[in-house]
Write a protein that binds this ligand. Structure first.
Ligand code: NAD
Ligand code: LMR
Length: 341
């Protein structure tokens, strides 16, 4: 009798749970066998929001998928060998498509030095997604993000399916780093440290707004050093890896956070805010059509682009330098698709 009562109770609990439970989603990773792709896919496998994980790469995706598929969470993992049909199948019906495909930096290189190789990789993967699943939320990790995102926008425009609400440059790593670096400096818990970072994703286009952090008092050389570390944090990793690539593990965490935030917002959760590089009105009057700032996410993707807020003269100077570089990076991406459609 006791056992029967327990079973009935459990069933009732399960029903109540499923009535309020979130939806489940397919997520695709293009470049899934790479340094970022593998740990990112593993984190996605651990997410209760993901029911299907589609892993595509020009090499090695079926092996990575077989490996990750043994992790004992309920989602199904499928690996796709390279072909046009497989790429279309991988992205079809995905709620979120993440693109970490492309080459990483070596010491001495800028992100812009990756343009010649990565522009066409991202263009072609974006084109396949535009054809097979134009409504997916497309998250671009491949560098140079300041140019690869405008490339995707142009590709989607050529296909007549561009929706600025569903195209995101992943800049989450910049706020992850800023939070960690400021906590190291101040001896605080990084989970209490939120630093707004705006602009783009390379060098001086990365603009941390320390005046809006918990520590607006940081000034002088300490401030300059912290800002520099946040702007050039990627170089620290590139240097330490000494030719073996750039940030992969911290980036996987950051990419996962962005993907999960999109799924939480899709589920109707209110107040989901992430920094991301999107088509933005904030600096359009200065010829900059894409800009990273805090963006409230909703079921359709971008819900509200937040402004940069109150900033001091020092930060105004950082933004001026950012805008000059960003404009060139964006124009380069747009021009690439115009001449290489
Ligand atoms: P990686 O070389 O380890 O992995 C890249 C993967 O992409 C490889 O497995 C490769 O086979 C695959 N690939 C190449 N061309 C492809 C194509 N046409 N279709 C499908 N897959 C393809 O590099 P990584 O360390 O994972 O870095 C990937 C990219 O992410 C680089 O461009 C890097 O600069 C960038 N990145 C961005 C951020 C960010 O904050 N946005 C952070 C770190 C790295
Ligand atoms: C990063 O910020 O770590 C990435 O953009 C990779 C790089 O080239 O630094």
């Amino acid at each position: 009798m006791y056992a029967l009562r327990r079973t009935t109770q459990n069933l009732a609990q399960k029903r109540a749970f499923s009535a309020s439970a979130s939806q489940y989603y397919k997520v695709a990773v293009l470049g899934a066998a790479g340094g970022i792709g593998q740990p990112l896919s593993l984190l996605l496998k651990l997410s209760p929001k993901v029911t299907e994980l589609a892993l595509y790469d020009v090499r090695g995706a079926p092996g990575v998928a077989a490996d990750i598929s043994h992790v004992n969470t309920h989602s199904v993992v499928k690996g796709y060998a390279p072909s046009e049909e497989n790429l279309a199948a991988a992205v079809k019906d995905a709620e979120v498509v993440l693109i970490p495909a492309g080459v990483p930096r070596k010491p001495g290189m800028s992100r812009d030095d990756l343009f010649n190789t990565n522009a066409s990789i991202v263009r072609d993967l974006a084109d396949a997604t535009a054809k097979a699943n134009p409504k997916a939320k497309l998250c671009i990790i491949a560098n140079p993000v300041n140019s690869t995102v405008p490339i995707c926008a142009e590709v989607y425009k050529l296909r007549g399916v561009y929706n600025p609400k569903t195209l995101f440059g992943v800049t989450t790593l910049d706020v992850v780093r800023a939070s960690r670096f400021i906590s190291e400096l101040k001896g605080t818990n990084p989970s209490d440290e939120k630093v707004t970072v705006v602009g783009g994703h390379s060098g001086v286009t990365i603009v941390p707004l320390l005046s809006q952090s918990n520590h607006p008092d940081i000034s002088g050389e300490a401030r300059d050093a912290l800002v520099n570390r946040i702007q050039f944090g990627g170089d620290e990793v590139v240097k330490a890896k000494d030719g073996a690539g750039s940030a992969t593990l911290s980036m996987a965490l950051a990419g996962f956070r962005m993907a999960e935030s999109l799924l939480r917002a899709k589920d109707g959760e209110a107040g989901v805010v992430e920094p991301t590089f999107v088509e933005s009105p904030l600096f359009k009057d200065q010829g900059v059509d894409f800009f990273a700032s805090n963006v409230e996410l909703g079921p359709e993707g971008v819900k509200e682009i937040r402004g940069v807020g109150d900033i001091n003269d020092y930060e105004k100077g950082l933004i001026d330098a950012c805008v000059t570089d960003l404009k060139k990076n964006i124009e380069k991406g747009v021009a690439f698709v115009k001449t290489n459609p």
